[in-house]
Ligand binder design. Structure first.
Ligand code: ZN
Length: 190
């Protein structure tokens, strides 16, 4: 799935199962962070060293550096540290991280049919390369449906609970956004 979908899936879980702004941010970012190993995408696709030597930093590193148990351990430890030992937030961060990997295995096939296997045991072993024969394409309708569904849920939760992912950037902007939503749909949330 694309990074915004991972983000929204994780946000919906975080918004429903944690109570503080900090914990929601931890659980949401844990579910989006594996894709930082896709940093080479713009470099590989838009920049080249000469015309015949593209930097293959996307092909070489995506799903290799951060979609594995080693990085999962780092992220879970980071979640425990930032949440000051909140076990529920730590477990949820570990869960959204692994849900990201699962979503990639089921719905991230490339247009070239490459399955982008998840080498889960890295950096300790290359033995496991997770793939699934029923995997659909990154741009297939189930991904669009999940993305649209989570986006709608995010708006609804913002209206209902009074916070949205914007709170991670600015609480002021978040309050304004919620006020606009509640103004559009004037029923008072329970
Ligand atoms: Zn991913």
């Amino acid at each position: 799935m694309i990074p915004p979908t991972h983000f929204l899936v994780s946000w919906v879980i975080a918004a429903e199962s944690t109570t503080t702004r900090r914990d929601r941010a931890i659980v949401t970012l844990a579910g989006a962070i594996p894709d930082i190993d896709g940093f080479g995408y713009p470099i590989e696709n838009w920049l080249t060293i000469g015309w015949d030597q593209p930097l293959l930093w996307f092909s070489d590193y995506h799903h290799i550096l951060c979609h594995n148990v080693g990085f999962a351990t780092l992220v879970t430890a980071g979640a425990a540290w930032i949440s000051k030992g909140n076990w529920k937030t730590t477990l949820l961060a570990c869960l959204t991280f692994h849900l990201h990997l699962l979503c990639d295995v089921i719905g991230s096939r490339g247009v070239d049919n490459y399955q982008w296997p998840v080498p889960y045991l890295l950096p300790f072993s290359n033995a496991w390369q997770w793939t699934w024969s029923g995997q659909w394409e990154l741009r297939a309708w189930p991904n669009r449906a999940i993305g649209a569904g989570c986006f709608a849920l995010t708006l609804w939760l913002a209206w209902l609970r009074g916070f949205s992912p914007l709170e991670m950037v600015s609480q002021k902007a978040d309050l304004r956004f919620v006020a606009v939503l509640r103004n559009w749909w004037r029923h008072k949330p329970a």
